[in-house]
Write a protein that binds this ligand. Structure first.
Ligand code: FAD
Length: 321
């Protein structure tokens, strides 16, 4: 196959990320099957071109100057039911996987309903999570392409090194997730549908309607900030979170609460604004650029450091910066 003929040039990435910011990909390819995926990787290596893997674009900021490399969007969406397991190509969206699970009376993925565009590959890499459930609970095996050995390999759940919002795939940029096997459990369809509806209702009521990229910052470990003696505990919320010097509520504090407490909701920079609905989401009001986003992130971090002596960490990925 002539792979070069299938690689497009100068493709706008604006509509391929939920934030709707960013410039062009110099080269762009949709990986729908194994053979052409490997051909595209080999072509990039031969031409000495950097590669960037794109899922649904729901957790990234794309630079305004665009990406000088080959963006490969995972579009392998083959799905197979095997008893209580679902085998999904990495490009399968969470929503497609959910529909298949519901139709087959399989429970375990309902928490992810309503996360727009996100793929199984992207969700596995970032160990996506909501309502106390996470990808690490349901991923049984992952088939990856190992960029060093240039071979497909299977990794067990344990080998994936899942942790809060991270995995082996995030820590080591050596693997591209090709396929994921999810282990779910049989349940009653009405119970599953009720959980799906709850997740959808929650997201519809709490999430901003304007383009965004989900949570910008990771939540903060209360134990860690307690030990670092932040101003947060000393002044603001001692009574709420500590009893006799011990943490008496959940172990994490939402970054959104800190941003809200700092009075930053509604703050705008250029076309980017901190959402009024959820302070850990920033939204694109129409003409936002990735430069606006970067400035806003830096501003929020500086304000939270100043007010609480807490260093926020980005959950969102700087894609090709
Ligand atoms: C409105 C909204 C709500 C959200 N709610 C939640 C939530 O409740 N919980 C949550 O955890 N997240 C949430 N998110 C964030 C996001 O959707 C998830 O983190 C999602 O899993 C990202 O998947 P993606 O396919 O869009 O990845 P992308 O954004 O395309 O990529 C993210 C990163 O993963 C890498 N990547 C993608 N696919 C692969 C692959 N196959 N192999 C290797 N690397 C890959 C990319 O290179 C990039 O570094 C939300 C986002 C939005 C917009």
């Amino acid at each position: 196959m002539n792979i070069k003929a299938k690689i497009k040039e100068n493709i706008s990435l604006k509509n391929l990320n939920t934030f709707q910011v960013g410039g062009m990909a110099k080269y762009f390819f949709e990986a729908k099957n194994r053979e052409s995926f490997v051909d595209a990787l080999n072509w990039a290596e031969k031409e000495n071109i950097d590669i960037f893997i794109l899922g649904g674009g729901s957790n990234i900021i794309v630079p305004d100057k665009g990406i000088d490399g080959l963006v490969i969007q995972m579009k392998n969406i083959d799905k197979k039911i095997m008893g209580n397991r679902i085998e999904c190509g990495a490009g399968t969206t969470l929503s497609q996987a959910n529909s298949l699970a519901v139709a087959n009376n399989l429970s375990g993925l309902e928490w992810s309903c309503g996360i727009p565009r996100a793929t199984i590959g992207g969700a596995t890499r970032g160990n996506a999570e909501a309502f106390g459930a996470k990808m690490a609970d349901i991923v049984e095996n992952v088939e990856v392409f190992n960029k060093s050995s240039k071979k497909f390999e299977f990794l067990s759940n344990r080998m994936c090194k899942f942790d809060y919002r991270t995995s082996l795939f995030k820590q080591k940029n050596n693997y591209i997730i090709w396929k994921v096997i999810l282990k779910l459990f049989l349940s009653n369809q009405k119970t599953i549908q009720d959980k799906v509806d709850q997740a959808l209702d929650f997201r519809l009521s709490k999430y901003p309607k304007l383009p965004s990229t989900g949570s910008i910052f990771e939540n903060v470990d209360l134990e860690k900030i307690k030990n670092e003696n932040s101003k947060f505990f000393n002044k603001e919320l001692k009574n709420r979170f500590l009893k006799d010097g011990k943490i008496c509520r959940e172990n994490n504090i939402g970054a959104g609460l800190l941003i809200d407490m700092a009075g930053l909701k509604g703050k705008s920079i250029g076309g980017i604004k901190i959402s009024l609905e959820h302070a850990n989401h920033i939204v694109n009001t129409g003409k936002g650029t990735s430069e606006d986003v970067v400035m806003m992130i830096s501003y929020i971090k500086q304000q939270i450091r100043h007010k609480f002596n807490i260093q926020l960490k980005e959950e969102v990925i700087y894609f090709g910066f």
